[in-house]
Design a protein around this ligand. Structure first.
Ligand code: NFS
Ligand code: SF4
Length: 630
């Protein structure tokens, strides 16, 4: 396999990652960056969206130079690019939404007394959600309410020809825009199925229509699939409140049994955190000569547990392999999504056990301990015992835990933002809106998504954030991009020193960092709610009026495509650092990056350079401010 010739500091930004990349090289271990090099050159037909494999007359690769301007069926570049994109958006929507559906079924089990490891933790949130779903709450037990909420949530996925309940939360003017465009979303499963149907061979051939269907399926993610995942997770595990924690590979402990939780659904991992303090588990951990069990996380499962329990985070997406290279991990417990298939192979170089827990994501070469909600606590203990018994196999000669970790404050749900910026007695978005109007805060930018070996991992995200806060732009974050910023110390109140004078003043008064961790990728829906609140508190009349933008500069996942789409459909500008695979079609490129603005008020912008990206965003925010007369 060919190696990535970039130096380690060209591959990753933080020193902990760099040192583990070096260690992997010494130990002859291939990482994502090496595999990225090995697949070069990447297929230009794929990159440009000019390859269709949707039927068996193909695959058809279009190449105008050789006269291949249409597929066998007659599909042109516009159509092939549009269909491929919309299918990816449907797949990303499916991932987030299937996770949301899973949460809804657990809530139903809890309401029916069938899942002993879980309970209704946040009754206020439960009631709020019930009210938004028009479910009665007067003189009813929380279980009765929860059952109706769960059933209503399930119907948002499974029922056809209905609209998701949370569309009631959307500003009316925006619904009118969607009605005009024909993109008011319906049930999530229906939207996904229809998107797959629409993109078959011999279906519609209008690229714009198919792209807009992609917007609609994404909206069903934003206002149903992902939003339900967030709300139900809050109900079951608590709505996040600010708390302190630590981040980066240095959270692993030399003298403890290290267990990493990795993936996206917090159902098992939250119970693992509880089980780790079970006297039986502590006793066992001490009996093998360790000082106890240390749990830390990777990716969004980690973000979920960080937000609600202050769980330390070992790293983001591209650090999952590096965590194993420390040689100090007894078990990495994986559930669903963003789990590299390479993990078991790398784990073999050490004593680490990869434990696969989701029947939907059976990882080959892993120990299989399948999650089961009725016996969640027992499964969690089984997993911890497996890890503890593995401690004796740790080869100290191979252990190197980078001495690098950073403090952070996380837990910024939209309720928290409301409460913190609104003052002690009465939460409100008024002060935030006032600070935007008076210019102390120029705007709000959501910086989200993945990291990607195409870049020096995390570098563009972090550089962009530093420039934006210096220019008085408040940054809100989710996903792996949030972990990237946290590692650089941007999520502690002291980071206000790096902010412009106006933003600094607000951070100082309220005691918040200039960069707020809002959670996992499904929690981008918290940003939708925050934007809605800003409008309700007098900042413009529609989402497209707001001085805000979205960014997923290092994105790689189809989930990020779906998120980007729902923000553009909402009326936001979304900046990406990797172009959509549509550039072989001038029409599609123009549609997404220009013309879309005339339809939804939002559009995609492509700019991988963080300095130029910052300028584009600042100009955009200034333009929106000017239009608002502020
Ligand atoms: Ni989001 Fe979370 Fe990370 Fe990207 Fe993957 S973990 S759901 S997809 S890589 S941000
Ligand atoms: Fe080729 Fe059309 Fe089949 Fe796609 S759907 S593979 S373009 S014939």
């Amino acid at each position: 396999m060919s190696k990535d010739e970039r130096t380690s500091d060209q591959k990753a930004y933080d020193s902990a990652s760099i040192s583990m990349i070096n260690k992997a090289k010494e130990e002859n271990i291939n990482l994502s960056w090496d595999r990225y090099a090995s697949v070069q050159p990447q297929c230009t037909f794929g990159v440009k969206g000019l390859c269709c494999r949707f039927c068996n007359m193909g695959p058809c690769r279009l190449n105008p130079k050789t006269g291949a301007v249409k597929g066998v069926c007659g599909a042109d570049a516009d159509l092939i690019a549009a269909r491929t994109l919309t299918r990816s958006v449907a797949a990303g929507t499916a991932a987030h939404s299937n996770h949301g559906l899973e949460m809804a079924y657990i809530l139903l089990d809890v309401a029916e007394g069938k899942a002993a490891a879980y309970k209704i933790t946040d009754e206020t949130k439960l009631k709020q959600v019930a009210l938004d779903m028009e479910i009665p709450i007067e003189s009813r037990s929380k279980e009765e309410i929860a059952k109706d909420v769960a059933l209503a949530a399930i119907s948002d996925f499974e029922k056809s020809h209905t609209k998701p309940h949370f569309l009631k939360r959307v500003i009316a003017k925006r619904i009118k825009i969607w009605e005009k465009l024909g993109i008011v979303p319906r049930g999530v499963n229906e939207e996904i199925v229809e998107a797959l149907h629409r993109t078959n061979m011999g279906m519609g051939s209008d690229y714009k229509e198919i792209t807009m269907a992609g917007m609609r399926v994404a909206l069903s993610n934003g206002w149903a699939g992902s939003m339900l995942a967030t709300e139900i997770t809050d109900i079951l595990f608590g709505t996040p409140k600010p708390l302190r924690s630590t981040v980066n590979l240095g959270v692993l402990k030399k003298d403890m049994v290290n267990v990493l939780i990795h993936g996206h659904e917090p159902l098992l991992s939250m119970v693992i955190i509880d089980a780790a303090v079970d006297p039986e588990i502590i006793k066992l951990a001490l009996s093998v000569g360790s000082k106890g069990v240390n749990i830390a996380g990777i990716c969004c499962t980690a973000n979920e547990a960080l937000m609600r329990r202050g769980l330390p985070i070992a790293g983001n997406f591209l650090q999952q392999e590096l965590a194993l290279v420390t040689g100090a991990v007894e078990a990495m417990v994986v559930d669903v999504q963003c789990i590299m298939p390479s993990l078991p192979e790398i784990a073999k170089c050490y004593h680490t056990k990869i434990i696969s827990t989701s029947p939907k994501a059976v990882v080959k070469g892993a120990v299989q301990i399948m999650f089961d909600e009725e016996h969640a606590y027992e499964r969690a203990k089984d997993i911890l015992k497996e890890a503890i018994n593995n401690y004796k196999n740790r080869d100290q000669a191979k252990v190197n835990i980078p001495d690098k970790k950073m403090d952070l404050v996380a837990g910024f749900s939209h309720e928290t933002i409301n409460y913190m910026l609104g003052g002690t007695f009465r939460g409100s978005y008024n002060p935030l809106v006032e600070n935007i109007k008076n210019g102390r805060i120029k705007g709000v930018v959501g910086i989200v998504g993945c990291n990607n070996p195409r870049f020096t991992s995390d570098a563009p995200t972090v550089k962009l954030i530093r420039t934006l806060i210096k220019n008085d732009i408040l940054v809100v974050q989710t996903g792996c991009a949030a972990i990237a910023a946290a590692k650089e110390g941007l999520m502690v109140p002291e980071a206000m020193d790096q902010a412009g004078a106006g933003l600094r003043e607000v951070c100082e008064a309220v005691g918040i960092p200039p960069v707020l961790h809002c959670g996992s990728c499904v929690d981008n829906t918290r940003i939708l709610i925050a934007c809605t609140e800003m409008i309700k508190h007098g900042l413009g009349e529609d989402y497209s009026d707001l001085p805000v933008a979205g960014v997923a500069i290092e994105w790689m996942s189809e989930k990020a495509l779906s998120i980007g789409n729902y923000f553009v459909a909402q009326g936001a500008m979304v900046l990406v650092g990797v172009q959509h695979q549509v550039t072989g079609s001038d029409n599609m490129t123009n549609f997404l990056y220009n013309e879309m603005e005339n339809l939804t008020g939002g559009k995609f912008v492509f700019e991988p350079d963080p300095d130029k990206a910052a300028q584009i965003i600042i100009e955009h925010i200034n333009k929106k401010r000017k239009a608002l007369g502020i």
